[in-house]
Design a protein around this ligand. Sequence first.
Ligand SMILES: NC(=O)c1ccc[n+]([C@@H]2O[C@H](COP(=O)([O-])OP(=O)(O)OC[C@H]3O[C@@H](n4cnc5c(N)ncnc54)[C@H](O)[C@@H]3O)[C@@H](O)[C@H]2O)c1
Length: 256
Amino acid sequence: MSGTSYEGKTVLITGANGAIGTATAKLLAERGAEVFAVDIPGTDWSAFRNAVGHEDRVATGEADVTLEKDVKGYVEAAKARFGKIDVFFNNAGVEGPVAELPDLKIDDLRKVFDVNVVGVVLGLKYVLKEMYAAGKGAVVNTSSVAGLGGSPGMTPYISSKHAVLGVTRTAALEGAPKGVRVNCVNPGPIDSRMMDSINTGQGDKEKMHDATASAVPMARYGTPVEVAGLVAFLGSDDAGYCNGGFYTVDGGMTAT
Ligand SMILES: NC(=O)c1ccc[n+]([C@@H]2O[C@H](COP(=O)([O-])OP(=O)(O)OC[C@H]3O[C@@H](n4cnc5c(N)ncnc54)[C@H](O)[C@@H]3O)[C@@H](O)[C@H]2O)c1
């Protein structure tokens, strides 16, 4: 096992059954963490369980992150199972459909904001109460390179991920005097269902896949575990002076 140890740390992850959530749960469990993994009601956890293992230290819970009672419920369930929350990976997100502004359905914008912004804020509302009471904690929100620049046809996703940056900065300022750090990660294109969905929405899936890869200086997609490695760092004491920041993991995409 290499990397920072998570022995004795409890990590709460939303969107845990997705590509990045699963990779992060696996990496942190391998490093010794107790993991409380949350995803949408009705989730089939079999692939997650096979990938992550460590069943003695990895528990699952189901909640819709857009519903306040569900969010309160997953925080209570995590506390009931492991007694504390040291690290919160506030990661659930949806991409929404691709449509240029004249064709945008406002309901689609609302649905994306509900998960990507309201869900993230609700998670902070209930987890920060616990962390403030403990006088310590680390939160990693998932923004995106889509939180740092525009992309045609992607107004709901782009604007929601920009909002995550603002939420992160505000939460970091509130949390700093209480011993809690809040940062966000900004992944570039990661080889995953979500990128396949966006590529399909933007036209020919294969063509868009190749065009996206060639827009990255490293000329490839990232992997979910490459995001997990950054989350592991930001959640750890090694990142003790990192607060209110955004951290790209994008093969150099935003360096151009
Ligand atoms: N895949 C990429 O290329 C990429 C790049 C940048 C940022 N991101 C962000 O990373 C995060 C994880 O993405 P991923 O690639 O693992 O996608 P994914 O679709 O594999 O995982 C997202 C998870 O969130 C869950 N979720 C969605 N709505 C929910 C709700 N209302 N309540 C509870 N859970 C809900 C889904 O069930 C899913 O398991 C997202 O916030 C995404 O926007 C992804």
